[in-house]
Write a protein that binds this ligand. Structure first.
Ligand SMILES: [Zn+2]
Length: 313
């Protein structure tokens, strides 16, 4: 699983995967532009997939705005929610059967365990919580952070088996659908996950040390970002994933998922993140740097893409 399968450049398939939880900012513009350039240079296809699994925060106005902003930048894609294509639907909210099938496969193969820990349990078990992008509202509702900085799981429930008879609470009926409990992937402690990133070079992570048993299905009924992303990249025949460097650890987790599900790994190109003048990563709360705002101030796509912007080291 350490090496990547060679991919003929003529079969290149890249993707743009915005999540419609806010307006796109200059950092997104850089990453998506890079994805487009790489697909174009390879003579390949670009697939737009809307990552709208977070039902509470995803809004159709943001989805529409993302498509408009990308078009305004000059980015074009061959497949997407607006254009259709052979591997649709291209909205994650419409792809639940694919994720359920993958969850069942992982469960049957013994990779998963049911986890009953609450957000509070997990916070209490963590001596040094990582920097979080979780909002207070998410924290209060006990929603799990779907992004890269999921804290290392302390292992409380890891001894539980994910087979129907040993389930601690849910009856067998619950085994056909994962709702009501968190399902975690049991990572092989100490396993080294390496990949050769086309932008950042060799990356190396140790399972159980750099990240722990991660959630693949959340008790609120939604598949995790990790699972949905691995399933969709495989189903959509993506050959190279271009995305932000904040997702490097997610890539390591997805390599484990790909292996467990029998998928081929795509190749990876992680872009350095644009930071603000305080050195902080841009977030969707940086409204002043949204593409909308910059466009209203009269900036052109060229101004935005050619500007010297600070990036994370
Ligand atoms: Zn647990």
């Amino acid at each position: 699983m350490a090496s990547l399968p060679p991919t003929p450049t003529s079969a290149y398939r890249g993707r743009l995967a915005p999540s419609p939880t806010g307006y796109l900012h200059v950092g997104h513009a850089r990453t998506f532009w890079t994805a487009w350039q790489r697909a174009r240079e390879a003579g390949g296809a670009l697939i737009l997939r809307m990552e709208d699994l977070d039902a509470e925060r995803s809004k159709s106005i943001y989805a529409d705005a993302a498509l408009e902003d990308l078009r305004w930048l000059g980015i074009r894609w061959q497949e997407g929610p607006d254009r259709g294509g052979p591997f649709g639907p291209y909205l994650q909210s419409k792809r639940r059967p694919h994720y359920l099938a993958a969850w069942r496969k992982l469960l049957r193969r013994g990779y998963l365990f049911p986890c009953r820990c609450s957000r509070k349990d997990l916070d209490a078990a963590l001596s040094a919580p990582h920097e979080r992008v979780t909002t207070d509202a998410q924290r209060q509702t006990g929603k799990l952070e779907p992004l890269d900085d999921e804290p290392i799981y302390p292992g409380t429930c890891r001894h539980l088996q994910g087979h129907a008879p040993q389930l601690p609470g849910p009856t067998t009926a619950n085994v056909e659908t994962p709702e009501g409990i968190n399902w975690r992937f049991r990572v092989p402690d100490g396993a080294v996950i390496e990949f050769d990133d086309h932008n950042l070079g060799l990356q190396r992570f140790v399972a159980g040390k750099d990240f722990g048993d991660f959630v693949v299905w959340r008790r609120d009924g939604a598949p995790s970002y990790q699972l949905a992303c691995a399933v969709d990249d495989a189903a959509m025949r993506i050959t190279e994933v271009v995305r932000g460097a904040d997702l490097l650890k997610s890539t390591a987790r997805q390599i484990l998922l790909n292996h467990a599900l029998g998928y081929r790994n795509p190749e990876w190109f992680h872009c350095r993140l644009v930071v603000d003048h305080n050195g902080r990563r841009l977030a969707k709360r940086h409204d002043a740097l949204s593409l909308r705002a910059l466009r209203q101030r009269g900036l052109t796509p060229m101004n935005i893409l050619a500007a010297e912007l600070p990036v994370e080291a």
